[in-house]
Design a protein around this ligand. Structure first.
Ligand SMILES: [Zn+2]
Ligand SMILES: [Zn+2]
Length: 321
């Protein structure tokens, strides 16, 4: 008999709840009972066709290992890295599995995602969650790691003037990470109540259109293809723009100001999980204020629609009820 599980399936731009066969762990893989999932902009962009994908959606999660063929991790609360390299190409050999041309990415590329009762992941992708971190915090590990990736890529002197463009879910996490390094970032956004989440950390919120200053480093998190233009206007000569937006829309860019201003542009994607968990363990981030609403897996379609509304904060999916 084939055991079936509930899962949120994306097919031809349509999202629906279906019963699908339960995944079976292969060698060096574990079966995880998903507790909570987080909806991110990438999921919403995928519904619009950002990348061609058919299957179970979702990549941000926390869960509990239900079956480890080696029995070591059974019952352990875990989060997981989303990229799975082929293991045999030059990128994988040199520690760049996130850039492996043949990689699978859970819920994004050739691999079932986490908006389901169960998911299977390679053992090497799994990170145990310390007891100090609640499920509602742990579900932020993946996007927080993406925010930390900026520090892996760019050296930011503590005297730098920095700004985050965009007060969405990732923008707020990036602001929190920059504060942790001793910087005093500005956040350039549109929603006072969202910018207020990071205000107690010393982050000054400014309405994006009203800001005409220039900073040394600007992190673009608008989620819009037009964000790059605004980023160029607000960065100093010899400054740096870090791009975090992944979107279906194409930006048309005037390259001349980048050349004359000698601007460095850095693309930035997935990041390191261990520092993200360390940061969560310290319990200083105002993450509970970032959660807008928790839906059940059965309400998944509605949850995605809700998360796509303007100004909505983080929407979570509870897989266990
Ligand atoms: Zn994401
Ligand atoms: Zn590879």
């Amino acid at each position: 008999m084939v055991i079936k599980i509930k899962a949120l399936i994306l097919k031809d731009g349509k999202v629906s709840l279906k019963n699908v066969p339960a995944p079976q762990p292969q060698k060096e893989e574990v079966l995880i009972r998903v507790s909570l999932g987080g909806i991110c902009r990438t999921d919403l962009e995928m519904v619009k066709g950002y990348v061609p994908f058919t299957g179970i959606m979702g990549h941000e999660f926390v869960g509990r290992v239900e079956f480890d063929p080696q029995s070591e991790l059974n019952g352990t609360r875990v989060v997981g890295e989303i990229n799975i390299g082929c293991g045999s190409c030059s990128f994988c050999w040199t520690g760049l599995k996130n850039h492996c041309q043949n990689r699978e990415v859970i819920g994004i590329r050739r691999r079932p995602g986490v908006f389901a009762e169960y998911v299977v992941l390679p053992r090497e992708n799994i990170y145990p969650v310390p007891v100090e971190i609640s499920d509602e915090e742990a579900v932020f590990t993946e996007p927080l790691a993406a925010a930390l990736q900026i520090l892996e890529q760019v050296h930011i002197p503590p005297s730098y003037k920095v700004a985050v463009l965009g007060d969405g879910r990732l923008g707020l996490l990036v602001a929190m990470v920059l504060v942790e390094t001793g910087l005093q970032p500005l956040i350039l956004g549109h929603h006072k109540e969202k910018m207020d989440i990071v205000k107690p950390l010393g982050v000054k919120g400014v309405i994006a259109e009203e800001f005409s200053g220039k900073v040394d480093l600007l992190v673009e998190c608008t989620g819009s293809s037009t964000g790059f233009q605004k980023a160029q206007e607000n960065v100093k000569p010899r400054g740096t723009i870090v791009l975090k937006t992944t979107t279906t829309g194409k930006a048309s860019v005037d390259l001349a100001p980048l050349v004359s201003g000698e601007i460095t542009v850095v693309g930035s994607r997935c990041g390191p999980f261990t520092p993200a968990l360390n940061l969560l363990k310290r319990g200083k981030l105002p993450l509970s204020k970032m959660v807008e609403k928790v839906f059940t897996l059965s309400q998944g379609e509605k949850a995605l629609e809700y998360a796509s509304r303007k100004g909505v904060k983080k929407v979570l999916l509870d897989m266990e009820c």
